[in-house]
Design a protein around this ligand. Structure first.
Ligand code: E4P
Length: 217
């Protein structure tokens, strides 16, 4: 399973990239706004830090302008994936950009039929939002199960990128379903490392080691 971080905070990305476990980055207009920086500059900086795909989202809603924005964003760096919303114009743009060889991440997916359309439009990634579905009492992970099954049925090459992840259990469930990618806020990635028994065990090992008076080096 690939791990992407869902942020435009360059310091966080740099620190997570240093673990060697980060495969890519997703951003959206809200995350860019939160960074307080110019989009083209922040995307260029992120692309230099992480070799994997960095999703940069268009903000137009009509096909012609989305296409221009997508081409502009793609020209920032070779590892930019253009993110488009799951609308009719967005999927038309997805098809056009994909035909040009640009990887497209189709975002704001909330149904399996929408995911089916995105795969037919040649998307490199589909982003179903599990947390936002859970928030309104619907089954976010049920959607992931449906999309994974449908894509397998037809051998679509579109990768299922589980988005709007809120906690480590979402990551576990997505991995068990065989989703290709999880994009997570930095705090969720950091939470994956931790277990209280790891902390307790390490503390005991180090206390016993100190009693020996030895040093490995
Ligand atoms: C995905 O690409 C989105 O940026 C993100 O996962 C949305 O998450 P949210 O619902 O926590 O805003």
């Amino acid at each position: 399973m690939k791990f992407f971080v869902d942020t435009a905070d360059v310091a966080e990305i740099r620190s997570l990239a240093a673990t060697g476990l980060l495969d890519g980055v997703t951003t959206n207009p809200s995350l860019i706004a939160k960074s307080g920086r110019k989009m083209s500059e922040v995307i260029a900086e992120i692309c230099a830090l992480v070799p994997g795909p960095v999703s940069a989202e268009v903000t137009a809603t009509d096909h012609e302008t989305m296409l221009k924005e997508g081409r502009y964003l793609r020209a920032i760096a070779p590892n930019v994936a253009v993110k488009v919303p799951l609308t009719e114009a967005g999927l038309r743009t997805c098809k056009a950009l994909s035909d040009e060889g640009t990887p497209v991440n189709v975002t704001l997916c909330f149904s399996a039929n929408q995911a089916l359309l995105a795969a037919k439009a040649g998307a490199a990634f589909i982003s179903p939002f599990v947390g936002r579905l859970d928030d309104i009492g619907q089954d976010g992970m049920g959607l992931i199960a449906d999309v994974v099954q449908i894509y397998r049925n037809y051998a679509f090459r579109t990768e299922v990128l589980v988005a709007s992840i809120r906690h480590p259990v979402h990551v576990l469930q997505a991995a068990k379903l065989g989703a290709h990618v999880a994009t997570m806020p930095p705090a969720v990635i950091r939470a994956l490392f931790r277990h209280p028994l790891t902390d307790k065990g390490l503390e005991a090992f180090l206390a016993d080691w100190a009693k020996t008076g030895q040093s490995i080096l």
